[in-house]
Structures are given as structure tokens and as C-alpha cells.
Ligand binder design. Structure first.
Ligand code: 5RP
Length: 294
């Protein structure tokens, strides 16, 4: 029995102060479960409503991608400057320290490579997402690709079913088929299909024209991939234009780890995404950071 000595009568009932329930800060996710919202809150910064995800899952289709030959050397020092790490379970288990406390967006599908039928992927054992305590799972969705559209959409649906059961958000990754145009029209279709099938957020590419319409019609947040390596100032401009057009952040890989100074690039991208720093000022930040001796 609890020690009753010095027992204090409960009286702070806050009479007259109605209990508040704050609205959830990410679009389209208000009606999800507590676990999904809590995990999304670890990935997205509540103040800016945005995220800087560091993508290093390229090896699962591309092998030892330039800049990722040694993930331990290239990526581990950057993790603390990202809001979320996106990687495969193989890299996670082999080189990412389990003591790190950043949320993980785990790639949850695989099976093909750049040498064969890209995107004809299968879902992994989804319970692995729970075993490694991931905060989200990412899956390719190849809208419009005859060979893989059905299987990848089915993967997404299965992952969402599992995610709803256990409170884990799903990131739908729009995989552009070889014959598809990378334009706003295509990305409106692809992102919308991911969201309609239940993705909590969607990863896609920025388009020079009409990107704001891609964001507007997608009922959940959009993050952009960086794509192939650009000069640093151009990559910062890409991130800036995307968030100014409504993107909720970036999930960038090559433009970080293939940069001359990846750590400086992480800091500059973060300032663009969270503080709306202009590309010019962000490039100055990058250059200043680059000059700092390692
Ligand atoms: C591949 C991915 C990659 O993580 C993605 O393309 C991000 O990397 P990058 O900025 O290098 O394009 O999801 O499916």
C-alpha cells in the first residue's frame, strides 16, 4: 500500500479552463492515429512544419554509389544535422550506430536494380520496421509503368494497412518510369495516387513549371528528392523554390553526399528549409562553412 504520510489532497482541477486539443500541424494527417502523428512529429519540425531528410538508400538499386562507397564515413557525421535518416535496413544494421536518436525512414521494398527491371519491387517483411524502431517506411510507386505499377501500388496499400494497424506513417516515393515525362502533370497524378492510397507524405521531384499545383492537389505533405548532383548554389535554389512553392521539405541524397563539403551543404539546406534563407545567403553560408577546417 502506498505511503499515506504527508498525503496531499488533489485540488488542481483547472476548473474554468477547458481541456485543449491542439490541431495537428501537418496537412492531411489530422485524422490519423496518435502513433502516426507522433512519428511524423519526430520527422517534421513542428516550428517550421518542414523536414530535411538525408537520403542514403541509393545502394539498394545502384550499388556503391559515388559518395556512398563507405556509408559509415560519409553519412554518420551528417546524421545529427538532418531531421531524419532515410536508408535501407542493411545499411542501418551494418553501419548506423543504434545509439543515434534521429528518426529513421526505412526503405521497405526492394528486389530490382539498375541493371534489370527497375522498380519491380517487393515489400520486405514489414515487421522489420517495428524491430528497428523506424519512424516511417518508404516505398516506390511506379505510376504509369506497365511492368511495375500494379505491384508497387499494391506494396504501398499493404504498407499503409500495416502502418495504420501499428501507427507507422508511409512515405510514397514516386518512381518515374523510363518513358514518363518529369512534368507537373505526371507528378500531380503520381503524388495524388500515393496519397489516395493512404501515404502520409509523398516524395517527388521538383518541376520548373507548375510545382505549386503538384503541392496544392496533394492532400498530404510533399518532400522533394534532389536528383542528380547539381552545383551547390543550384541545389540550394532547388530546395528554396520547392519550399516556397509549398513543399514540406526535402529528402536529399546526392546533392549532399556528393558535395565537396557535405556537412556545409547539410547546414545550408537546413537553413533554406527551416529558416527560408535565400539561395544566395545559403550559398554564402555553405562557402563560410566550407572554409572551416575539418
Ligand atoms: C530512390 C530514392 C532516393 O533516396 C532519392 O532519389 C533521393 O536521393 P537524391 O536526392 O539523390 O535523388 O528514394 O528511390
Amino acid at each position: 500500500m502506498a505511503d499515506m504520510e504527508g498525503f496531499q489532497e488533489a485540488k488542481a482541477y483547472g476548473l474554468g479552463t477547458p481541456q485543449t486539443n491542439e490541431a495537428f500541424f501537418l496537412k492531411g494527417n489530422e485524422n490519423r492515429g496518435w502513433g502516426v502523428k507522433n512519428r511524423l512529429s519526430r520527422i517534421f519540425n513542428k516550428k517550421s512544419g518542414r523536414t530535411v531528410m538525408l537520403a542514403c538508400d541509393h545502394g539498394f538499386i545502384m550499388g556503391p554509389t559515388s559518395g556512398l562507397e563507405r556509408v559509415d564515413i560519409a553519412i554518420n557525421p551528417l546524421i545529427e544535422h538532418a531531421d531524419c535518416l532515410m536508408c535501407t535496413r542493411g545499411v542501418l544494421r551494418s553501419v548506423i550506430p543504434p545509439t543515434m536518436s534521429k528518426p529513421v525512414c526505412l526503405r521497405a521494398d526492394g528486389g530490382t536494380s539498375i541493371l534489370t527491371d527497375l522498380n519491380l519491387n517487393r515489400l520486405y517483411d514489414i515487421e522489420d520496421v517495428l524491430r528497428v524502431n523506424a519512424s516511417a517506411m518508404a516505398l516506390m510507386v511506379a505510376v504509369g509503368d506497365k511492368a511495375s505499377e500494379q505491384v508497387t501500388t499494391h506494396n504501398l496499400v499493404q504498407a499503409v494497412d500495416f502502418g495504420e494497424k501499428y501507427g507507422i506513417p508511409v512515405l510514397g516515393v514516386t518512381a518515374v518510369g523510363k518513358d514518363m515525362a518529369r512534368d507537373a502533370r505526371y507528378f500531380r497524378l503520381a503524388t495524388r495516387i500515393c496519397a489516395e492510397n493512404g501515404a502520409s507524405f509523398v516524395k517527388t521531384y521538383f518541376t520548373d513549371e507548375g510545382f505549386e499545383t503538384v503541392v496544392a492537389q496533394c492532400p498530404v505533405p510533399i518532400v522533394i528528392a534532389g536528383g542528380k548532383k547539381l552545383p551547390e548554389e543550384k541545389a540550394l535554389e532547388l530546395a528554396y523554390r520547392a519550399v516556397q512553392a509549398g513543399a514540406a521539405g526535402v529528402d536529399m541524397g546526392r546533392n549532399v553526399f556528393q558535395s565537396e563539403k557535405p556537412l556545409a551543404m547539410m547546414k545550408a539546406i537546413s537553413a533554406v528549409v527551416h529558416d527560408n534563407l535565400s539561395p544566395k545567403d545559403a550559398f554564402q553560408l555553405y562557402s563560410d562553412e566550407k572554409a572551416v577546417p575539418a
